[in-house]
Write a protein that binds this ligand. Sequence first.
Ligand SMILES: [Mg+2]
Length: 276
Amino acid sequence: MILNMIPSRFKSRDSVKIKAVILDMDGVIYRGRTLIAGADKVIVELKKRGIKIAYLTNACTRSRKGRVEKMKILGIDADEKEMFPTSYAVAKYICANYPKSKLNVFYIGGDGVGEELIDAGISVVDAKKADIVVIGLDSKMTYEKMSNGFRAIIRGADFIATNIDATFPVEDGLLPGAGALVEFLSFASGRKPKIVIGKPNTYVLDMILKELGVGKDEVVMVGDRLDSDIAVAKKAGVRSVLVLSGITKKEDLNKLRQNEKPDAVIDSIRDLFSLF
Ligand SMILES: [Mg+2]
């Protein structure tokens, strides 16, 4: 089944057929370890209506498999094929852009990054032998690990960031995100990452459209961050829905220019069907 959007909510584009919903995770489906009320029911209902789902998250600490497990704990059935964390996307990017002889990667990130790199046939190596340094959020980050990454970068290894989120939301507030670690290495080495895989870069969103076989006019992106979720949708020409259950507060919307505004704003994913 295909959804029809109510034109009054999506003024610029009339009654369009939506075939897939792209969901950010943190702040949309859950906050820390807590499910956002009603998210599970909305996902079941979307599937019942034949809408494809893709989870587009800048998080890299888990692999696709790890993401499915986390969803299971929250009571949501998901498939690995629906998962597009930056851990997976960075491995895809490296395979598509480097020759086999250069697939030697030192990473700073959660286990998810390592699992996806190995799954893609990439060698995970000591920093001294690395052609590429991948950096993402790593809760076990140490000064030693960062120093090793820094030395590989100044020696000439390529520098790739999974994402540059400044923060991420948990139950009792915010924690520093991958962007803080990227800045650490950038500041010390004087180099910027060659590419940032995650939102607001459209790399992963483009990958989703291709893998799902849907056009940008047939999807809607749902997220809680203006600078990543809404920004990536705008860049890609995809409709966007902002939820207020995560980082963004209602008053933040007042500061936006017209071209930065999401197509719709809802309190929580629970209210998604009010738009259709
Ligand atoms: Mg989020």
